[in-house]
Write a protein that binds this ligand. Sequence first.
Ligand SMILES: [Zn+2]
Length: 226
Amino acid sequence: MIADLFNLFFPKTCVTCNKTLLKNEDLICLFCRHQLPLTNFHLDNENTVKKVFYGRVPLVNATSLLFFYKKGITQRLLHALKYKGEKEVSAYLGSWTATELEETNWIKDIDVIIPVPLHKKRLKKRGYNQVEGFGRTLANHFSIPYESNVLIKKSATRTQVFKGRLARAVIKPHHFSLQQKEKITGKHILLVDDIVTTGSTLETCATILQESPDVKISVATMAITI
Ligand SMILES: [Zn+2]
């Protein structure tokens, strides 16, 4: 009753279209929910996300829940998540992804879920890592540990890479480091992020995770740019 009254004066609105939500709607109105373009990539082992990483880093599985078109509904949804403080969008998409993955054996041999980290300055500014709700919801749903202290983002740094006789300077725009690497040795990691565009951030993260012996990596994201 109090909740109903509160809702009367401060109605909840859809995060993508701003229309007032009905009682049975949560976060996103049903109209918008039906507009969201599902990829169904989890049903296809040689899908577009996996192909993004061919020849770059070996992945067991890869999927994204939604297609992301410029100026499309997924863009509005992720914009709300990243820039308008709508952090619940993250868990919402995690829950949806969990339901989709239940149809397959996709997640059965995942041992740990690890998010692409944010640099602590960005974390402070936004107040949350936009992928945390997504990763934690998947982890809770399938009773898999969620580990956010293994992969750490450091500030942009120049690193010297020596390969055989050729020494070259490489600038890594996103510099990540691996902590307590023994924690993930021999494990199948599900690396989670909000969106795949060029795939370079996920590629860098996956490569760093491979510094621990015998790891296998799969990737799940909320969306993929088309
Ligand atoms: Zn809506």
